[in-house]
Design a protein around this ligand. Structure first.
Ligand SMILES: [Zn+2]
Length: 446
């Protein structure tokens, strides 16, 4: 904990926001030696911070405090309301005509991907290079207001995400709280394998291969050994659109996924799947995965199970929009647009069915730091802002395993707080223009 504070001061020193942080630096350097005595008094010895804005969103009730204030001490929120205590010696930040709200959560990201190298990154780039790229991506996401994220696979960089998560946690680099999976898991010749190259080249896969329940478990154990928090499994693909309908073969049986879920339970972890459509989405719901990502096509039975077992869908519209807009040929563009149109129609049915949602963008193939676009698209395609925001914050916190720690501005929770201009309940797209970011009680962007 002490190292944490020391290193975050260093990281801040080298950022371009140095001037804005001079208050924070002063507070930390004053309190650092006091804290070094004992961890138990870390909070008591730090300078209190009060954030003030025209509005504050209480996400659980959907109410706005006008104005709104938060009192932060150390890494935690102490008080929230229209006004809070202003302790002596506090630092006071008035962000004006803005709304204070919990830091955003992205439940589907790829720190190790960047535009232009998403197809065969293990062939094109070294893991050390990709790790540096990932550190930069983590910083970009945090600056955009994402204070917690779930990385859904390094796509061939193995367990290098362990280093990125640990570097963030130790304060060496800036980034969101992370849950990481290492490589995703895929069948031989599957969705993320490097297929149809010269066999003599043995081209590297983007994922770890497993062809049976036993092999899935063996891969999960080695990923766990190397630092993963959960397992990401490719359950469907490749995808094709035929006469306006999605076709996507399943990769693992329900029994194989259930074996993975059982192994995850033994490790006190979860399994999340990439699953575009039936019957893979049904197998995933039956097996009891933690989330069904992409979730473009869900049968009535799959949706019934998702409601019953509280398994959120993570639609990832942002990546579909990006691929449709950045297609390299008219044929690809037509296919991507047909897929997005189909997806939008299915999403409306899913909302009507009342299944749970979390918010994930699949950022990586499109630029890090731009992914609040996902919230804008979920609202454009049918959700109310007051449904999309709890999906992001409350479902996201649950899905990441921080249910009682983040996602809400409440006393005792981590001080992961952002300010967005205007009112996100009236215009969700303000989440794409975050003004202030506090993570773990430190202001990292102002
Ligand atoms: Zn993904």
């Amino acid at each position: 904990m002490n190292r944490n504070i020391k290193f975050s001061v260093k990281a801040v020193l080298f950022s371009k926001f140095t001037l804005a942080f001079s208050f924070v630096l002063a507070a930390f350097s004053l309190s650092y030696f006091a804290m070094a005595q004992t961890d138990a008094y870390i909070i008591a010895h730090q300078t209190p911070i009060v954030l003030h804005a025209a509005r504050l969103l209480e996400i659980e009730s959907g109410k706005l405090f006008q104005p709104g204030e938060v009192l932060v001490l150390g890494e935690r929120i102490v008080a929230v309301g229209q006004s809070v205590e202003h302790p002596k010696g506090m630092q006071y930040f008035d962000v004006g005509d803005a709304t204070l709200m919990p830091g955003l959560i992205d439940a589907h990201i790829h720190l190790f991907l960047h535009p232009g190298a998403e197809d065969l990154p293990p062939v094109e780039e070294s893991v050390p290079w990709r790790t540096l790229i990932a550190a930069d991506a983590a910083r970009a996401d945090l600056m955009a207001g994402f204070t917690a994220e779930r990385d859904m696979g390094t796509e061939g960089a193995g367990s290098a995400d362990t280093a990125v998560r640990n570097a963030i946690n130790s304060g060496l680099i800036l980034g969101p709280r992370l849950r990481i999976s290492g490589n995703a898991i895929d069948i031989m010749g599957g969705h993320e394998d490097a297929n149809r190259f010269n066999p003599a080249q043995a081209v590297l896969s983007n994922a770890d291969r497993a062809n049976s329940a036993d092999e899935i478990i063996a891969v999960m154990r080695s990923q766990h050994k190397e630092g993963s928090d959960f397992a990401k499994i490719y359950e469907t693909g490749h995808d094709s659109m035929v006469n306006g309908e999605l076709h996507t073969p399943y990769q693992y049986t329900e029994a194989q996924l259930a074996a993975a879920v059982e192994e995850a339970r033994r490790l006190n972890a979860v399994v999340a799947v990439h699953a575009m459509g039936e019957p893979g989405t049904l197998y995933a719901a039956e097996a009891g995965v933690a989330s069904i990502d992409h979730a473009t096509q869900l049968s009535d039975e799959t949706m019934r199970l998702m409601k019953e077992k509280h398994i959120p869908a993570v639609p990832t519209f942002a990546i579909f929009e990006y691929f449709a807009e950045h297609a390299t040929s008219p044929e690809t563009k037509a296919r991507e647009e047909a897929l997005l149109k189909f997806k939008i129609g299915e999403f409306k049915k899913q909302i009507a069915a009342g299944i749970p949602f979390a918010v994930g963008s699949d950022v990586g193939p499109f630029p890090h730091g731009t992914q609040a676009r996902e919230l804008t698209l979920m609202v454009r395609y049918g959700m109310k802002p007051l449904a999309a925001l709890p999906a992001d914050l409350i479902e996201g916190a649950k899905l990441l395993g921080w249910a009682d720690q983040i996602g809400t501005l409440k006393p005792g929770y981590y001080a992961d707080i952002i300010a967005v201009p205007g009112n996100p309940l009236e215009d969700i797209s303000v989440t794409e223009h975050v003004r202030l970011v506090m993570k773990n009680g430190s202001i990292v962007r102002q």
